[in-house]
Design a protein around this ligand. Structure first.
Ligand code: IMP
Length: 198
């Protein structure tokens, strides 16, 4: 019998990335669109792990199905790890990706290249309706550029230059990004865990 797994995210960019990362899995992967609309949970945890677990458990209990959820963001060393868990709303409630990128560039205005180091972090959580959970983490190190570049991806991709490269994630193809990204790393580990379940 094929088991079903719900990707518990309403971020369309994440759905695109997770669909590619979970393709070929022996589970039948569904999205929230396959279920009646439910209100999203609060995301006020102090860590990526707490938020990812909260989202996966919330949707799993509500939908009565195993769910995967991620919580992710960017941590900038010169800003003591900010924006971190507040990455999605760094420029304020209802802000756009462009607003967030503008704020980040502004905060780093006087910061030289050598101190613009940053990392993307992703916690990928799996939860079953009975409360069982499993979490994996993925990290990619890099630095923040001086101006936005590239049209692919989402969020802070136009500003993030991964270690060992001279172009931003927004100038990578989706497959190139997934090969080294925080989300790619976390979900490849979560995928292996799912495949190992009896
Ligand atoms: P979440 O939906 O609460 O996990 O918020 C994640 C936020 O972190 C997004 O809205 C983006 O601002 C940022 N973020 C996470 N992953 C990525 C990525 O792969 N590229 C660019 N920005 C990302």
């Amino acid at each position: 019998m094929t088991r079903s797994l719900v990707m518990a995210t309403s971020n369309r960019h994440k759905v695109t990335e997770l669909t590619q990362l979970l393709t070929g899995l022996s589970w039948q992967v569904q999205s929230l669109q396959d279920y009646p609309a439910v209100a999203p949970p609060d995301e006020d945890g102090a860590t990526f792990e707490a938020n990812a677990l909260h989202k996966a458990l919330y949707y799993s209990k509500l939908l009565g199905a195993p769910c995967v959820a991620d919580d992710s963001g960017i941590m900038v060393d010169a800003l003591s790890g900010a924006p971190g868990v507040l990455s999605a709303r760094y420029a304020g409630p209802g802000c756009s990706d462009a607003d967030n990128n503008a704020r980040l560039l502004h905060e780093l205005n006087d910061v030289p290249e050598s101190r613009r180091t940053a990392r993307f972090v992703c916690c990928a959580a799996f939860a079953e309706p009975d409360g069982r959970t499993h979490v994996e983490e993925g990290i990619v190190h890099g630095r923040i550029g001086f101006a936005a570049a590239g049209d692919n991806g989402f969020g802070y991709d136009p500003l993030f230059i991964p270690e060992g490269h001279q172009i931003t994630f927004a100038q990578f193809t989706l497959s190139q990004k997934q090969a080294i990204s925080h989300r790619g790393r976390a979900f490849r580990k979560l995928r292996a865990f799912l495949e190992s379940l009896p």
